[in-house]
Design a protein. Structure first.
Length: 275
């Protein structure tokens, strides 16, 4: 197993990226024409600062695969990992203990310092059951192979627009995902020491997905979050303000006109002077 090199955490760091690295339209507008498909991750990871792995949502991966991804990316790169959907779609989440343990021990630790938050995505038909959800949160492991785990919760059913959901997430140190979406509910309550934002409103008519004005706004939001504040104008559900502290920020261009996601991420990184 990869032996993790301890390094000083830089809290308040902003990461910007895309979902996955294999998407056919990117062969025409992001990847060079002569780039082989097996080098797509190598290339993408040098143009964004994080990637949300979505292949893990559909099937488990092997330790060798995680190690390969680790070795193909720069030293300061971060992966976030979308958890296997078999776990999050079940009727009773509190019964997912064994499945969670298998997933966490499937090789995630091979990513070492490059392992970022785990994304637990609950489908639009999954309703909020406070008792079941609290029992589920107690199942989320704190570490994998000696590496601290951070958990991000993406809830899409309207029933999660409930202050109790925010309180439970905060009590267990899990982040509530902020979705910039017309399809799903959006709330920007801060419940952990990091922020996880998924931006889904890319416009196919805009070469960078989002306009310069919108990207400038998101850059300011990211900086406000990183410095410990809360951006004005974003919706909240909870009634108790979050503790003011520097927070790591993970911001991904995920959906909408996905063909423009790399361009959007690149422009935002320029505004943040990160690339």
């Amino acid at each position: 197993m990869f032996r993790r090199q301890e390094r000083m955490a830089k809290q308040g760091e902003i990461r910007v990226g895309i979902g996955g690295w294999t998407y056919e339209p990117w062969r025409d507008n992001f990847y060079p024409a002569d780039l082989t498909q097996k080098r797509e991750l190598e290339y993408a990871s040098r143009h964004v600062t994080a990637i949300e792995i979505n292949g893990t949502f559909y099937r488990s991966q092997t330790p060798a695969t995680f190690a390969k991804w680790r070795d193909e990316t720069p030293d300061d790169f971060i992966f976030t990992v979308k958890v296997l959907r078999y776990i999050t779609v079940r009727r009773v989440l509190a019964e997912a203990g064994e499945a969670i343990e298998r997933f966490v021990n499937s090789g995630l630790a091979e990513l070492g310092d490059k392992l970022g938050p785990l994304l637990w995505q609950f489908g639009p038909t999954k309703k909020f059951d406070p008792e079941d959800f609290e029992r589920f949160l107690k199942l989320l492991p704190a570490r994998a192979g000696g590496i601290r785990l951070r958990h991000a919760l993406e809830a899409r059913h309207p029933s999660f627009a409930n202050p109790e959901f925010i309180s439970l997430a905060r009590a267990h140190g899990a982040a509530v995902v902020f979705d910039d979406s017309d399809e799903y509910q959006s709330f920007a309550d801060l419940t952990s020491d990091f922020v996880y934002a998924r931006l889904m409103k890319a416009d196919a008519k805009v070469p960078t997905g989002y306009t310069r004005k919108a990207l400038t706004s998101w850059a300011k939001h990211a900086q406000t979050w990183a410095q410990g504040g809360e951006p004005a104008g974003l919706p909240h559900i909870g009634k108790t303000p979050a503790k003011k502290q520097p927070r790591d920020v993970f911001m991904f261009f995920i959906n909408g006109a996905k063909e423009h996601a790399p361009a959007a991420a690149g422009e935002l990184l320029k505004l943040l002077n990160k690339k």
